[in-house]
Ligand binder design. Sequence first.
Ligand SMILES: [Zn+2]
Ligand SMILES: [Zn+2]
Length: 375
Amino acid sequence: MKTKGAILWGVGEEWSVEEIELGDPKAGEVQVQLAASGLCHSDEHLVTGGTPVAFYPVIGGHEGAGVVTKVGPGVTGLQEGDHVVTAFIPACGQCPPCSKGMQNLCDLGANLLAGTSISDGSYRVQARGKDVIPMCLLGTFSPYITVHQASVVKIEPDVPLEIAALVGCGVTTGWGSATKVADVRPGENVVVMGAGGVGMNAVQGAAAAGAKRVMVIEPVARKREWAMDLGATHVFESAEEATEKVNELTWGRMADKTIITVGDIQGEDIQTALSLTGKGGRAVVTGMGNYANTDVKLSLFELTLLQKDLQGAIFGGLAPRAAIPELLSLYQEGQLKLDELATAKYSLEDVNQGYQDMRDGKNIRGMIVYTDADR
Ligand SMILES: [Zn+2]
Ligand SMILES: [Zn+2]
């Protein structure tokens, strides 16, 4: 079928909204009509070249929700009309990591940046006659996607789809970074570095886990205000200010857990996080950096003698199939704020404006909301 999509033709270019050809579902695949797609910072890494892909063009987007419109042969547990959220890590449930309870590290993720379909290694999207790589095997910057069943998670139909899209990436990543990977316990001091679409949910997760203090470092004033609304107890403009105040507040013990959720992580951020973390504490690296950046600064002396723990995290260490419905249920019970996160809505045509607003720090999460005009 013919539809539209936001395509990136090379590093440093703008998203080009143009006609695409979308294939029908093959074995194990479904077609989904999307209601919305989040504008996540990870797609910006395709623009800067920070995330390598096998080739361009790429269709962006990996945070979507919608309704199944077609079902391919061999699909189990999904039918037309089902409401689903996309998972940027596919989860097969059977590979060694999945079997060990680490669905966020499913082996099907191996081709995430090659873009070859799980089903048969071919491509479902073509633009200007060329194969297109779908970001994270999804490509939600289009009102329709054809994806493998491992890449979607069925949800209850009474959750608004525009809201449900948020838990496909940013919310779950932030929440799990605090509750699962940092393993925040009641009474702990927690620092969150960077209050964007991921960091705000690390704040919500840390607060829900019972942290005594949730202390946020964020240079943008409006985001510091939002962080306070979402559960932060203290906000600081810079790491220098935070280091001094955290030292004061904790009587020199510093944070039990520090979570790095800046959009484009640099090597120096590691030392900053470890300095903010006290003896026996843990620093969690959630933000993404440039794939070629191997230059990390840290005190090996402190790491050993103060027994600090430096831990990476993808998808907040959570299993998409368990976490996505669970977080939406928390939202329905009023225990997770999602409406407040979608601070601006855009049409597909305005995707570049959405990313400019992200760079300018104007949003927690900008959302593309699809209408018939896009389809
Ligand atoms: Zn994302
Ligand atoms: Zn798996």
